[in-house]
Design a protein around this ligand. Structure first.
Ligand code: UD1
Length: 430
C-alpha cells in the first residue's frame, strides 16, 4: 500500500490549478444513466472514486470513455440500454455515492437492486432519507440481505418530498429520480450546496426542468425523456479550501486557479481572522502568510454556506500551531475527529469530547508515522506534515487517492518536499 512522506518546513510558492469537483462529478456520472444519448463531462477529475463509479456504470450498461480534451480531462458516458439493474456489494461498498445509481435506474427502467453502501468510516451515515424520497415518488422498496430492491412498474410519480433535515446525497438522489417522474415534484428543506446547482444545471442541459437548486425549495417538472449534453464539472471547493489551508500552514504565497473563492467564504473568513492574507480574484484566490503567528479561532461545521465539514480536519491542522486555544465543533457527522489522535502523534495538543475538539496551539510539530482514516482526515495529516519538523509518513493513502488528484505533484510544484512511496508489501501496515 502506498505511503506519502513529507519533510516539513518548506514554504510554498507558486500556482495550483484546482480540478473538477469529486462530489459533483460522481453524481453527474450517475445522471448519464437517465438517457440513451451521450453525456460529455468536461473538467473531470481523475480519481479513484470516479474510476470506481465508471466500473459500476459499465456493469449497468454504460460505455465510459476517458479522453484528454482541449481544456483537460473529459469523460463520455453513453447508456443505449440498461443491461443490468443490479449494483453489487463489491462495487457499492467501495464508495457510498455509488448508491445514487438507484434513483436513475428506477426512473429509467422501473426496477433496481442496489447494495446498501459502505464509504468513509465517519459515523453511521444511513440512507433512510434517500429511500423515503424514492418511496414518496411511488417506488416500492424492500430491504433484504443488505440489498435494496426497488420497483416502480408504472413509473415514478411527482410528489412533495419534505426532508426533516438537510442531506446533500438524499436531495441529489431525489432530483435524479424525479426528473423523469410523471408530474411535478417539490422538495422542501433541500440541501443548498453548490453541487446541487451543478447537478440541476446538467439535468437542465439534458432537457430536464429543475428550478430552485441552491435554495431550500427545489421544483422539478418531470419530463418523459432526457437527451445528451455537454457539461463542465464545477471546481472542487474542498480541494480549493485544502490547498488554501496548506499554504497558510506552510507559509509562502500560493495562487489557486480555475476555481471560485465564494464557494469557501466561511473558511476564508476564519483564515483571515486567524491572520492569513487571502485575496480573491476572478479565477480563484491567493493565500499568503509570511511567518506571522496564527491566532486561534473557533469554528463550527454546518451546511452550506456554513463551514464545510470536509474542511474541518485541515483547519484543525492549522490550529495546532496557532497562538491560544481553538474550539472546533462538528455538527454534521459523528465520529469525525479520527485525525485528532493522529495529529497528537505529531505533537499537537488536542482533546476531544463528543462533537467538540479543543486544540491548544503548540510551538512546533514533529514528524512521525501517522495513519489516514478517511478521505478528509488524511489530507489534514498531510497539511500538518507540511509544517512539522523532520519527516511525517502518512500511511494508508488510498483514502487520499479517492478524492485528491495528483496531490504530491500539485504541492511539490510549489516547493513542498513530498513524495509517494509505492507499496511493495514490505513494511506496509496492511
Ligand atoms: C456529502 C458529501 C460529503 C460531505 C457531506 C456533507 C458526497 C459524495 N459526499 O455526503 O463529502 O461531507 O455531503 O456536506 O457528495 N443522513 C441521514 N440519513 C440519510 C442521509 C444522511 O441521517 O438518508 C445524515 C448523515 O448521517 C449526516 C447528515 O445526514 O449526519 C448529512 O449527510 P449528507 O448531507 O447526506 O452527506 P452525504 O451526501 O453522505
Amino acid at each position: 500500500m502506498d505511503r506519502i512522506a513529507i519533510t516539513g518546513g518548506a514554504q510554498l510558492q507558486g500556482e495550483i490549478p484546482i480540478s473538477g469537483a469529486k462530489n459533483s462529478a460522481i453524481k453527474l456520472m450517475a445522471a448519464s444513466l437517465l438517457t440513451e444519448d451521450a453525456l460529455r463531462l468536461t473538467n473531470m477529475p481523475r480519481l479513484a472514486d470516479t474510476r470506481f463509479l465508471g466500473k459500476l456504470l459499465q456493469r449497468l450498461g454504460t460505455e465510459v470513455v476517458e479522453i484528454e480534451g482541449e481544456d483537460g480531462p473529459e469523460t463520455l458516458l453513453r447508456t443505449p440500454e440498461i443491461t443490468s439493474g443490479f449494483a453489487p456489494y463489491e462495487l457499492v461498498r467501495q464508495m457510498r455515492a455509488s448508491f445514487n445509481v438507484l434513483g436513475p435506474l428506477l426512473a429509467r427502467t422501473g426496477q433496481a437492486k442496489v447494495s446498501l453502501p459502505g464509504g468513509c468510516t465517519i459515523g453511521a451515515r444511513p440512507v433512510d432519507l434517500h429511500l423515503k424520497a424514492l418511496e414518496a415518488l411511488g417506488a416500492r422498496i424492500d430491504l433484504h440481505e443488505g440489498y435494496v430492491y426497488a420497483q416502480a412498474p408504472r413509473g415514478l410519480k411527482g410528489a412533495r418530498i419534505d426532508f426533516p433535515f438537510n442531506s446533500v446525497g438524499a436531495t441529489e438522489h431525489a432530483m435524479l429520480a424525479a426528473v423523469l417522474a410523471d408530474g411535478e415534484t417539490v422538495i422542501t428543506n433541500a440541501a443548498c450546496e453548490p453541487e446541487l446547482i451543478d447537478l440541476a444545471d446538467c439535468l437542465n442541459a439534458m432537457g430536464g426542468k429543475v428550478s430552485g437548486a441552491g435554495s431550500s425549495t427545489i421544483r422539478i417538472q418531470g419530463v418523459s425523456r432526457l437527451h445528451g449534453a455537454t457539461h463542465a464539472v464545477m471546481p472542487d471547493r474542498i480541494e480549493t479550501g485544502t490547498y488554501a489551508v496548506a499554504a497558510a500552514m506552510a507559509g509562502g504565497e500560493v495562487r489557486l486557479t480555475r476555481t471560485r473563492s465564494d464557494f469557501i467564504q466561511a473558511l476564508i473568513d476564519k483564515m483571515v481572522e486567524a491572520g492569513v492574507e487571502v485575496t480573491p480574484h476572478n479565477d480563484g484566490l491567493t493565500v499568503r502568510r509570511n511567518g506571522a503567528l496564527l491566532k486561534a479561532v473557533d469554528i463550527e461545521t454546518g451546511v452550506y454556506p456554513g463551514f464545510a465539514t470536509d474542511l474541518q480536519a485541515q483547519f484543525m491542522a492549522l490550529m495546532t500551531l496557532a497562538d491560544g486555544e481553538s474550539v472546533i465543533r462538528e455538527t454534521i457527522f459523528e465520529n469525525r475527529f479520527m485525525h485528532a489522535p493522529e495529529m497528537s502523534r505529531l505533537g499537537a495538543d488536542i482533546s476531544v469530547q463528543g462533537g467538540e475538539a479543543r486544540v491548544r496551539g503548540v510551538a512546533s510539530l514533529n514528524g512521525a508515522q501517522v495513519m489516514a482514516t478517511d478521505l478528509r482526515a488524511s489530507v489534514g495529516l498531510v497539511i500538518a506534515g507540511l509544517a512539522a519538523r523532520g519527516e511525517t509518513m502518512v500511511n494508508r493513502v488510498y483514502h487520499l487517492d479517492r478524492g485528491f488528484e495528483r496531490l504530491e505533484e500539485k504541492l511539490g510544484a510549489c516547493g513542498a518536499l513530498i513524495r509517494r512511496i509505492k507499496g511493495d508489501g514490505e513494511g506496509d501496515e496492511d
